[in-house]
Design a protein around this ligand. Structure first.
Ligand code: GUN
Length: 283
């Protein structure tokens, strides 16, 4: 279940929409805020900027040192938020130790919240009225749709309860009439829960704590691997891919699965924010 065949046409449609906006005098622009020197976060932000460049979306790249204060991060977000030439704002997570992501995220106007993480957009999604939706969950749903995976009435298990992945995915899947189970570090009997599921979406990202093996997967199930970790110096997800693919009907690989979808959905959200000119997320 590769992401690229799903992501490529989305990026193309975004490029077309960006050109249309530009011809109407709007230069779509995404601003990212990266705090600290985590190399993985810097790589992800770099990919987002490159994809924007290819799609004809302008970018601003705000970087703060690992020693930045809570006030400095908040100030950077506020400045971008009050700038009418910036349509989307993304604070790359996680922030370095000691910094609380909640205040800077809450300082983003819902209409510029291309990550869908502000209390307003998270609340709209949780109450079944999605506006700007978090990129990875939106990307997972687009992948399931593209590969014809039915979720209505099916047992779907999510292994993650974060605001970035598990909670929004739960809301999106409930909106599609799935029967959703959300598992986390305190869940008992996770293997049995997974084995009884039609679809498993896993996003732990630490192979020393968790690996999804074939004994946890029912015959013909669909497995979506959202995690990124390193195993013996190579990128890997949560899933023991070679073993699980023998049992599952579809498995998303890492790399090359959900990753390209997250970026494509960020581009799409940026176009939505730019086209709505301040109205996205207001209902
Ligand atoms: N870190 C990992 N994924 C994401 C994402 O989708 N958005 C933000 N802001 N940070 C992330």
């Amino acid at each position: 279940m590769a992401g690229e065949p799903v992501a490529a046409p989305i990026r193309e449609a975004v490029a077309g929409a960006a050109a249309e906006l530009r011809s109407g005098g709007i230069e779509p622009c995404l601003a990212t805020v990266l705090v600290g020197d985590d190399p993985a976060s810097a790589t992800y932000v770099g990919r987002k900027h490159a994809a924007c460049g290819e799609a004809g979306i302008l970018t601003r790249d705000v970087r703060l040192g690992a020693g930045a204060t809570q006030e400095e991060v908040l100030g950077a977000v506020r400045e971008l938020d009050s700038d009418p030439s910036v349509h989307g704002i993304l604070v790359q997570l996680p922030l370095p130790g000691g910094l609380d992501p909640a205040p800077p995220i809450a300082a983003i106007s819902p209409s510029k919240d291309v990550d869908g993480l502000t209390p307003q957009n998270a609340g709209l999604l949780a109450s079944g009225r999605p506006a700007l939706v978090p990129c990875t969950p939106a990307g997972v749903m687009a992948m399931l749709d593209h590969y014809g995976v039915e979720t209505a009435g099916r047992a779907v298990t999510i292994i993650n309860r974060s605001g970035l992945v598990g909670r929004p995915l739960c809301s999106l899947l409930l909106g599609r009439d799935a029967t959703v189970t959300v598992c986390h570090s305190r869940t008992r009997g996770i293997g049995g829960i997974c084995a009884a599921s039609d679809v498993i979406i896993t996003a732990v990202g630490d192979r020393s704590r968790f690996t999804l093996g074939p004994e946890m997967v029912g015959e013909g199930a669909v497995v979506v691997d959202v995690a990124i970790s390193r195993v013996d110096g190579r990128l890997a997800g949560d899933v023991d891919y070679d073993a699980v693919i023998q049992k599952a009907s579809l498995v998303s690989p890492v790399p090359g699965g959900v990753g390209p979808m997250t970026v494509a959905m960020l581009l799409r959200n940026t176009i939505t924010a730019a086209s709505l000119g301040g109205q996205a997320g207001r209902r």
